[in-house]
Design a protein. Structure first.
Length: 185
């Protein structure tokens, strides 16, 4: 697998409204574990659409991994131009810093938002361009990742398209491991 789409919930869907939230550490650690093993198997590109939450945290993980794996690259393929236009200034700055460090940045529809079909087009385009998907998702809690997953599952049925999940159980295990490591028993 040379390219992978990484996505998951937006921060507000996870109840995370602050970049200092403890949960982000565990989410990034889970993403890092998956990406690290994929890079060791030949992964070259991580593709995100630049949405807030899991995707931007994944970008931070890619930047951290680049020190060890300089061949790893990040593409930010937004669904439309100026997706950050209505975001708060602090959020905009964070997003723009991610975009500035990305290896490739492009908008799929080449125009500002004008209809929801642009989001569907983004899902279809990114799934078509990738060799697999890494998704932070809970089957019991549908949310924005559901739309990506529907497109990915269609491709998975037709051809070899791995969908790698990070589940709440995976995150729970990470938390337990960390607690065990950092406590004297």
């Amino acid at each position: 697998m040379k390219t992978i789409v990484v996505s998951g919930y937006k921060n507000h869907e996870l109840g995370i409204f602050d970049q200092k939230h403890q949960g982000i550490y565990y989410i990034k650690k889970a993403i890092e574990q998956r990406l690290r093993s994929l890079v060791e198997e030949g992964l070259e590109w991580v593709i995100i659409s630049g949405q807030l939450g899991v995707e931007l945290w994944a970008a931070e993980v890619v930047f951290a991994l680049k020190t060890e794996f300089p061949q790893l690259q990040l593409a930010v393929l937004t669904p439309f131009l100026q997706q950050e236009e209505r975001w708060k200034d602090e959020t905009k700055s964070y997003y723009q810093e991610i975009v500035r460090q990305a290896d490739f940045v492009e908008s799929i529809t080449k125009r500002p938002y004008d209809n929801p079909a642009q989001l569907r087009q983004k899902n279809e385009f990114l799934i078509a361009k990738a060799d697999g998907m890494l998704l932070l998702y809970d089957e019991d809690k549908p949310g924005s990742p559901t739309y990506y997953l529907e497109v990915a599952k269609i491709r998975e049925v037709k051809e070899d398209f791995p969908i790698i999940f990070i589940t709440p159980a995976d995150l729970d295990i990470l938390v337990q491991e960390e607690l065990h490591e950092h406590h004297d028993w």
